[in-house]
Design a protein around this ligand. Structure first.
Ligand code: HEM
Length: 499
């Protein structure tokens, strides 16, 4: 005889209604998903108390669940849910989803951001920490200040093209810091290729961007299927992106001419507990370019756009810099602590439009339950930081641009982007100290030198890209030096640059 054992029925978090087979997974939009996910937060939030599954009424809207075609996806719409899961249960929530196309077929799965929480990831993180700790990033201050001056000089000479100047500067910063490449070298040999590769990756890492990611078996389809071709081309692009600059540094080290760089530093130092050191360095360093370029320029361009829209805030920042730094020199990274308004302004830029509105997705390593809901193993987990950024508070309208909200530490504590813009727990962004300095010096130098205003006789187009990294679509604005002496100051400073 046998006994029927009752299996507890799984109760999944709420989500849009399901259809047979496909469930509700096709409701996940690959483009600008954060907007829709935040709407669901409002919809299910209003259900509070009405849901028959009253297990976690107080969480309604914080969790939204999608499933179908063998996939589960959980969106986290609040800081509490993110902290409870990604931080307090880091053992379960620190893997990444497997991206069939970009990860497996194109080989990007070997890079730190896409690796699961395993040995190789630990080795690459260790290398990254070695080179990017709060102490280590001090050695890059001069490069960052030089490049900020060069950027402002370019804007002075060719203000209409500010958009591409900012993009290029972010790439130069990373290439210079990671591989010691000079501005010209970076330009000629690497940047175009790197930008094309990043563009391809950014589009391919959205869930659902390739149908193949929803139906992994398709990866065995013949290579004439369009995405197989793309995957092959992508694989070559990625391999070239991570291999060439590493070979360059090795050659220079051999010849004794390698300038200071993160890769030189790692190749020449003893780092314990890393097996295949060269492989890990190659992918760890390569990961920095991928993760550090677009996020930085997205933030700086968003700031320029907001300054054109809010002359009063720009004026306040300029007054603070004039008062604290004086008019005889440009801001330095060491001035950061003495410029609270500029700091608050940058925080508000990062809140108003986060560069990574859906952070970088995680994946559960085993079955879990949270507040009565079942979260199966292999569920893709997306922290919707857009919803956190747009949280309504008693004091401020979330869509308004108000740097002042961050001047008083007690106001708007949870929407403070330093708590969520760089990710969470064990996988928190290892480049954040470098990134904060880059963003600060690029923005404060521009603000010190220029007035920024709306385009004449034209409207400012406020539109953002809808991929993993979200940056402003090309827009126009007027950037003019505040005075003739500011203009000569920047020319003089740029000429002192050593890179
Ligand atoms: C404003 C600029 C930046 C923002 C907003 C940002 C944000 C983030 C976020 C949200 C994550 C995901 C963390 C998680 O899963 O919880 C991340 C990961 C990462 N970031 Fe950044 N980042 C920035 C700049 C940089 C820079 C400059 C570098 C390199 C020098 C960098 C390197 C990385 C790497 C390697 C990862 C993957 C870490 C892992 O998966 O373990 N980031 N970043």
């Amino acid at each position: 005889s046998y006994r029927l054992r009752r299996r507890p029925t799984a109760i999944f978090p709420p989500g849009p209604p399901s259809k047979p087979v496909v469930g509700n997974i096709l409701d996940v939009s690959p483009k600008a998903g954060w907007i829709k996910f935040t709407k669901y937060k409002d919809i299910y939030g209003e259900f509070k108390g009405l849901l028959w599954l009253s297990v976690a009424d107080h969480l309604a809207g914080d969790l939204v669940f999608f499933h179908g075609l063998g996939n589960n996806l959980l969106v986290l719409n609040s800081m509490k849910a993110v902290q409870d899961l990604l931080e307090k249960r880091a053992d379960i929530y620190s893997d990444r989803p497997a991206f069939t196309v970009v990860g497996e077929l194109m080989g990007l799965g070997q890079s730190m951001p896409l690796l699961n929480y395993n040995e190789e990831w630990r080795a690459q993180r260790k290398l990254a920490h070695h080179a990017l700790s709060p102490r280590a990033v001090k050695q890059y201050h001069v490069v960052q200040e030089d490049l900020a001056a060069l950027l402002s000089k370019q804007i002075l000479e060719d203000p209409e093209d500010f958009f591409s100047h900012v993009r290029l500067t972010a790439s130069r910063l990373i290439l210079s810091i990671t591989y010691g490449l000079s501005v010209e070298q970076a330009e000629d040999e690497y940047i175009t290729h790197a930008e094309d590769t990043m563009h391809m990756i950014s589009n391919a890492t959205l869930p659902g961007a390739f149908v193949c990611d929803l139906i992994p078996i398709l990866k065995y389809s013949p290579s004439w299927v369009p995405f197989q071709k793309e995957a092959h081309a992508g694989r070559e692009m990625i391999e070239r992106l991570v291999t060439r600059p590493l070979e360059h540094v090795k050659k220079e080290m051999h010849a004794g001419t390698a300038p200071v760089s993160l890769t030189r530093d790692l190749l020449s130092s003893e780092v314990q507990g890393v097996n295949d050191k060269e492989h890990s360095i190659k992918w760890s360093a390569g990961s920095l370019y991928g993760a550090g370029g677009e996020t930085t320029y997205a933030t700086v361009l968003t700031c320029i756009m907001l300054m054109a829209m809010h002359p009063d805030k720009l004026k306040k920042a300029q007054d603070e810099i004039d008062h604290v730094v004086g008019v005889d020199r440009l801001p330095l990274i060491s001035d950061r602590e003495s410029l609270p308004y500029v700091e608050a302004l940058i925080k508000e830029v990062m809140r108003w439009h986060p560069a990574l509105p859906l952070s970088i997705a995680r994946c559960t390593a085993k079955d879990d339950t949270y507040e009565g809901y079942t979260i199966p193993k292999g569920t893709i987990v997306m922290p919707n930081v857009w919803a956190i950024a747009m949280e309504r508070t008693d004091q401020y309208d979330p869509t308004a641009f108000v740097p002042e909200r961050f001047l008083n530490k007690k106001d708007d504590r949870f929407v403070d982007p330093t708590l969520w813009a760089f990710g969470f727990g064990r996988r928190v962004c290892p480049g954040r100290y470098l990134a904060e300095n880059s963003v600060f010096i690029l923005i404060s130098t521009i603000v010190a030198i220029f007035d920024i205003s709306l385009p004449e006789n034209e409207e400012l187009i406020v539109e953002f890209s809808k991929g993993l990294v979200s940056y402003p679509e090309p827009f126009k604005c007027c950037i003019t030096p505040r005075s003739a002496s500011k203009a000569s100051q920047i020319i003089w400073r740029a000429a002192q640059s050593t890179i």
